[in-house]
Design a protein around this ligand. Structure first.
Ligand code: KG4
Ligand code: ZN
Length: 336
């Protein structure tokens, strides 16, 4: 029986990634993380596009090599079409279009946030439908109701900052490099989450807001640093643990509310912030407490990667959802 090999490209932000997915199975997933942004405290868009241009050819070559698949064995090329930084998206889109044209194979456009959710379908056990997914990344915070692989609806999202931004901006205020989320996670592991209390913001329905905690942390640090110049270094673990605890509380509250209202018991987390150990623990505990079947992706499939683009493309391929070469990437795009 012949196989269907999909080459998938992800370039929406600061990781250049390529994967080969064969009949829904990930054969390779290569990720080049751009270190250049660390010193700037955030992703510099123009530098990100330049780094994608440097990385994309070697990353695709290694993905093919690791999978043991030749160029002419590719049956479709998939790429992240939206959302993301336009310059970064353009590099992946142009590469994918040229590759598809040269090989004369179909092109598949993938929505990055849909792909984060479908990362749950890379390994077993796979979620059953209906499935509720809290998708938390550097740019988004959403509760997604999934009726099937390609039928998803965002039922709640943030009104301002994303959860990842709340982590990254807190880290910046603490003098930690970008991306700060993983560092907050690391320090939080040694800290007391109840030591400092920050407000838990609430919104109607399943909407989130993270601008309040950002301001609360800013004023709190300004006040404490006036009293003690070494406040941050002497209390780093407790500050990180307390902020992390508050962010997780806000996320879990809405997830529980949505699960109860909709009567859904298959619940997952996805996106970069789903790598957070506190959030992973909170979901596991909620599963035990409420009788949920919980799904937590492997670390390599939480942050940006092409395997999730490839698995999404696999379902689109089966459904015959191809696109033509006239398609352009878009920085913001509603779900279709
Ligand atoms: O999904 P992702 O890789 O890129 C976007 O699509 O935005 O998410 C990146 C975000 C960053 O804000 C980063 O700080 C956060 O995920 N992140 C974490 C952790 N690992 C990554 N936040 C908290 N704890 C972590 N362990
Ligand atoms: Zn992402």
């Amino acid at each position: 029986m012949s196989h269907t090999n999909i080459l998938a490209i992800e370039s929406s932000c600061d990781e250049t990634s390529a994967a080969i997915v064969q009949d829904g199975k990930v054969l390779s997933n290569v990720i080049a993380t751009q270190k250049v942004h660390e010193q700037y405290g955030g992703v510099v868009p123009e530098m990100a596009s330049r780094a994608h241009m440097q990385n994309i050819v070697p990353v695709v070559d290694v993905a093919l090599q690791n999978a043991g698949v030749g160029k002419t064995d590719i049956q479709a090329v998939a790429f992240t079409q939206a959302p993301g930084l336009i310059g970064s998206l353009l590099v992946g889109a142009c590469f994918a279009k040229s590759y598809a044209q040269a090989l004369n194979v179909p092109l598949i456009a993938v929505h990055h946030m849909q792909a984060h959710v479908l990362a749950h379908f890379i390994d077993d056990p796979k979620p059953e439908f209906p499935f509720l997914c809290l998708t938390v990344s550097g740019g988004h915070t959403q509760i997604v109701l999934c009726r099937s692989h390609l039928d998803m609806e965002v039922i709640g999202e943030t009104m301002d900052d994303a959860a990842g931004e709340a982590f990254d901006k807190t880290a910046k205020m603490l003098g930690l490099p970008y991306p700060g989320g993983p560092l907050i996670d690391k320090y939080a592991a040694q800290g007391n989450p109840k030591r400092f209390v920050f407000p838990v913001s609430d919104m109607d329905g399943y909407a989130f807001t993270f601008s309040g905690i950002k301001t609360a942390v800013l004023y709190f640090l300004q006040k404490e640093k006036k009293l003690d110049a070494a406040f941050v270094e002497n209390n780093l673990a407790d500050i990180c643990a307390s902020v992390q605890h508050t962010i997780i509380k806000m996320l879990m509250k809405k997830l529980k509310q949505a699960a109860d209202d909709l009567g859904i018991r298959h619940i997952g987390i996805a996106g970069g912030v789903s790598a957070n150990s506190g959030l992973r623990k909170a979901l596991t505990e909620a599963g035990e407490q409420y009788g949920w079947q919980v799904y937590i992706p492997k670390f390599e499939y939480c942050t940006d990667n092409a395997a999730m683009i490839g698995i999404t493309a696999h379902y689109k391929y089966l459904a015959g959802q191809f696109t033509d070469l006239s398609i352009s990437p878009t920085p913001r795009a509603a779900w279709t």
